[in-house]
Design a protein around this ligand. Structure first.
Ligand code: GDP
Length: 354
């Protein structure tokens, strides 16, 4: 069967996929065609496949699942780096410079993002091409904004699947950015090999507002904007962080590097790239990378289960109504949260046995 024939079949069998993708003004190819084009470096197909992943239509998801499943055979051979920091710390400037450094070393770079605000509203700021001047012009870079809409866990899953597709497309340095809000850091940490925390030099109050959980995840703390008047502050901040690491993490503090850079002036970025490569090599050779990625598979299995349960509960009218009633009773202190959860669970079991 030729690709054209099989895509015609898919279009006939799944009219809703076709109407969903009318905007492409082309018939929707089948999974094999997607894989072939993605493997050949066709960015349009890569983008389209990621759009399929982001769709909420079940039949589109089915095709997306098939593409991801087929892409798995070509995935995994990249270095995945997570990057977090508050808005304005300089993430896009840093990623632009780090990404270009990787490209100069002969790599191909994909930039993905998890924007916690995109889960709530439809906007997505992170990973916007316009924020990364040099990378956006490079044909060795692929930049994709955060998926929008839905629960944050769903946004996380979509980004994780996008990593697989980018790897199948030959991108071997994957940068995933997020901002320091809630679960989004946990998700990025759970899909990357090393995790970087970007900080600003700040007159000795660096340690205020630091979340222990984030320090627990960080493999590298990078003080950005070490230039102009902030240069000395940045040097001091490095020392303050090095001294304080012990109080913030149960991990071996020797594993955590603290460095100052100026993303704007491109100073220190070469050292960051060098150190990242060294750490990656160590992870690979020690077998730790394999171990980490296996732990992440378990994390995503549990996340996916949670998401399925949540979707089921939210999608079922009876359960949703009962849940709201129980919530009211909890607030009125008429029932304990544990009792309420068991009641809802019993109703779920009854409902699913019917
Ligand atoms: P993001 O919100 O974390 O992505 O931060 P941006 O990369 O957009 O940077 C926020 C602002 O900080 C911009 O005006 C950048 O030009 C500026 N900036 C970024 N990196 C540096 C740096 O290393 N030094 C200085 N002085 N400014 C920087």
């Amino acid at each position: 069967m030729t690709h054209e024939n099989s895509s015609e079949n898919i279009n006939r069998l799944h009219p809703e996929i076709n109407s969903h993708y009318k905007k492409f003004k082309k018939p929707l190819p089948d999974a094999d065609r997607f894989i072939k084009e993605i493997r050949a470096g066709n960015r349009e197909y890569l983008s389209r496949a990621i759009t399929l992943i982001e769709s909420s239509s079940p039949s589109v998801r089915k095709l997306a699942d098939e593409i991801v499943r087929k892409a798995l055979a070509y995935s995994g051979r990249s270095f995945r780096v997570g990057i977090t920091g508050v808005p304005g710390v300089g993430k896009s400037t840093f990623i632009d410079k780090l990404g270009m450094n990787f490209i100069e070393r002969g790599h191909r770079v994909a930039v993905l993002a998890i924007d916690p605000s995109s889960a709530l509203n439809k906007g997505s700021i992170l990973g916007d091409k316009t924020r990364m001047n040099n990378l956006s012009k490079s044909d060795r870079a692929f930049i994709r904004p955060s998926p929008a809409g839905g629960h944050l866990g769903g946004v996380g899953r979509k980004t994780r699947e996008s990593i697989i597709l980018c790897e199948a497309a030959g991108y071997d340095r994957i940068l995933v950015e997020t901002v320091g809000v809630g679960q989004s850091e946990i998700y990025v940490h759970s899909m990357t090999d090393l995790f970087l925390l970007l900080k600003l030099p700040g007159a000795g109050d660096e340690l205020q507002g630091i979340k222990r959980g984030v320090m627990e995840m960080a493999d590298m703390i990078i003080i950005n904007k070490a230039d102009g008047e902030l240069k000395d502050e940045a040097r001091k901040a490095v020392q303050i962080f090095k001294n304080a690491l012990y109080y913030f993490t149960f991990r071996n503090t020797d594993e955590i590097d603290v460095m100052a850079v100026s993303s704007m002036e491109n100073s220190g970025i070469e050292q960051v790239a060098e150190l990242l490569e060294k750490k990656y090599k160590h992870l690979l050779e020690s077998g730790r990378l394999e171990e980490k990625r296996t732990e992440q598979l378990v994390f995503w299995f549990e996340e996916s289960l949670n998401e399925l349960f949540r979707n089921y509960f939210e999608g079922n009218q009876l359960l949703r109504a009962e849940r709201n009633l129980l919530l009211d009773r909890i607030k009125q202190k008429k029932i304990t949260p544990f009792e309420a959860a068991s009641k809802l669970w019993d109703l779920f079991i009854e409902n699913s046995e019917r």
